[in-house]
Design a protein around this ligand. Structure first.
Ligand code: NDP
Length: 337
């Protein structure tokens, strides 16, 4: 079949989600022809889509980027194969990681807010979008540059069995820290202990987090890597050690507007002389190769593992993104087209 006769299926944002779960009603699943390539462009066949909690925010409102325009393709990082090219640097047959969104095919010129990265042949699609993708790099730079865990310190990670948290927790372990992961459910906690090899796990859905933190970290928490915000962040604030560092990576507990929890214990930052710092992974774009090199070395030496949860079918994109908010994913949530 020639490219001209291919049909591009695309998910278009029809209306903004409000409070609660994503619904297919917010999207149109359309089919459209693929335009002809211009000089300097190339055509990509998407193979795998990254699902990221921040997409829920982009769909709904302005944040660190403007809200996604209505009637446009839902953006997402993808791995795709170049199947046609009029660009001298992007060759047919190579794979790239870039923000090409919820669609089968996309035309690119290799420019954009996130760089278009070529993927080495030995790196799988799954690895390119997880440990070597935005979540692995977010864990790396957030922990290395802001958390800075030292041997013997107590490090707490929330969202600990997810894509970012699982890597952040293992990096802290590699630094010789005592690592406490917080995750929802017995299965995720067992994975953290048995597979990721961290020190302790708290099942926040079935345990009293504040009480467990007091038991597990009687001398206080030195580093907290926060992926969730809300009541878990507040519990950690009650148990800080002197000069603690809090890495504000994300706050998924309120991305869908279901919780309006207010933080009560921020004054403990004052009394413990602690620091709390947010960051965006895009801040580190010029250093991505440094992170990839370090993560690859740990992976090769069997010092770190990564887990992926691969769902299938472009038609299932909204439900697959929703899995993050229902806690259904273990490791990186991906969608294979
Ligand atoms: P994950 O793989 O961690 O998936 C999300 C997880 O969040 C779910 O599996 C679920 O796990 C947990 N969760 C969902 N709702 C709640 C809730 N109400 N309270 C506590 N936990 C909840 O996703 P990512 O690794 O992609 O993202 C993790 C965080 O990192 C997000 O906040 C994201 O926005 C942030 N992030 C920030 C970046 C930055 O540049 N600062 C870049 C990339 C990600 P469970 O079953 O344990 O509840």
């Amino acid at each position: 079949m020639s490219i001209d006769s291919k049909i591009n299926r695309q998910w278009i944002l029809k209306s903004r989600p409000t409070q609660g779960a994503l619904s297919n009603h917010n999207f149109d699943f359309i089919q459209s022809p693929i335009p002809a390539l211009q000089e300097g462009e190339f055509l990509v066949k998407n193979r795998m889509i990254s699902c990221d909690p921040a997409q829920r925010v982009w769909l709904e409102r302005d944040s660190y980027i403007p809200a996604i325009p209505l009637n446009s393709v839902v953006p997402a990082m993808t791995v795709g194969e170049i199947i046609e090219s009029k660009h001298p640097q992007f060759k047919v047959g190579s794979r790239i990681s870039s923000p090409l969104g919820w669609q089968d095919y996309a035309i690119s010129n290799g420019k954009g807010p996130f760089s278009t990265l070529p993927i080495p042949t030995q790196v799988t699609d799954e690895a390119a979008l997880s440990i070597f993708g935005m979540t692995g790099l977010t864990a790396f730079f957030g922990m290395e540059d802001i958390g800075k865990p030292q041997a013997g310190e107590v490090v707490v990670v929330s969202g600990a069995s997810g894509a970012t948290g699982s890597i952040a927790a293992q990096i802290a372990k590699l630094k010789g820290a005592k690592v406490i992961g917080i995750a929802g459910g017995a299965e995720k906690c067992a994975w953290l202990l048995d597979k990721a090899g961290i020190t302790a796990a708290i099942d926040y859905k079935n345990e009293d987090v504040t009480k467990r933190l007091r038991e597990l970290a009687p001398k206080g928490i030195n580093v907290y890597y926060d992926n969730v915000g809300g009541p878990i962040l507040d519990s950690v604030l009650t148990q800080l050690a002197l000069h603690a560092r809090i890495v504000l990576c994300g706050g998924i507990s309120n991305y869908d507007g279901k919780s309006n929890y207010s933080i009560h214990h921020h004054m403990n930052l004052v009394t413990t002389r602690s620091k709390m710092q947010g960051f965006l992974i895009s801040d580190y774009a010029s250093k991505f190769q440094e992170g990839i090199t370090a993560l690859a070395a740990w992976l090769k030496a069997d010092k770190i593992i990564y887990e992926v949860d691969v769902q299938e079918g472009l038609e299932n994109a909204p439900q697959t993104l929703q899995r993050l908010f229902d806690g259904k994913n273990l490791g990186k949530q991906l969608l294979k087209i």
